[in-house]
Write a protein that binds this ligand. Sequence first.
Ligand code: ADP
Ligand code: MG
Length: 265
Amino acid sequence: EEIWPRPASCRVISVANQKGGVGKTTTTVNIAAALAMHGQRVLVVDLDPQGNASTALSMERDNQTRSIYHCLVEDEEIRKLAQPVPDIPGLLCAPATIDLAGAEIELVSLVAREARLKRAFAAYDTSDLDYILIDCPPSLGLLTVNAMVACDEVMIPIQCEYYALEGLGQLLRNVDLVKSHLNPGLAVSTILLTMYDGRTRLSQQVADEVRSHFQDTVLDTVIPRSVRVSEAPSYGQSVMTYDPSSSGAVAYLDAAREIAHRAKR
Ligand code: ADP
Ligand code: MG
């Protein structure tokens, strides 16, 4: 089995794009799984009240479950609520529960409301982790701001579709605002083209346009549209375990390998 190089210290990466349905959750789950399957120790933080990453990683949840909500609002320790992902050694997930939907409002009145997640990471001994991947909700509210304050790198999935670049300027301006006021080390390190359909000229046009704007921030690997990728979550799995030889799994493996071999820029 191929082992990838470990980063010198834990890389904290927010997977963000305020547009819904562009592949944030799919990317988070599958990159995390691929990294863990190649010797990396990975924590997925599900910061979306929808909890799709938690579902895709088979997190047990009921109304007693302590989730990332309790970490943000009640100072619960991440270590206490992170659960191992079945069948993928080295992969943990801090799940989301529906309480998180109220967190955008509840956070407003808390001290250092933008830095709650950062604080939680600071209290967690990350020396036994290589990556933390944060699956952001489809908005630029306080949850996403918390992710951007707590991370070093932003990864932006871009869907190869109409209006792919719509809203991207606003996202980049938000990254800049967080960088200048709250987290000077923040950078957009990675752009990943998702749901690429080689049969359409449109997909190629979007890919070309994104590459000409963002050059080598864009991974060489593009994620193809693949039915297996969209089926996997309903089995509580990443496509990496659901169908490792499918085109989607192979592409996510290649993308994860690129990420593992890239230093932070
Ligand atoms: P987001 O988290 O940005 O809202 P998701 O990752 O949930 O986006 O993806 C949106 C939908 O598209 C989901 O139903 C997902 O299964 C599907 N999807 C994502 N990536 C692919 C792909 N490469 N091929 C086919 N379907 C995909
Ligand atoms: Mg999502």
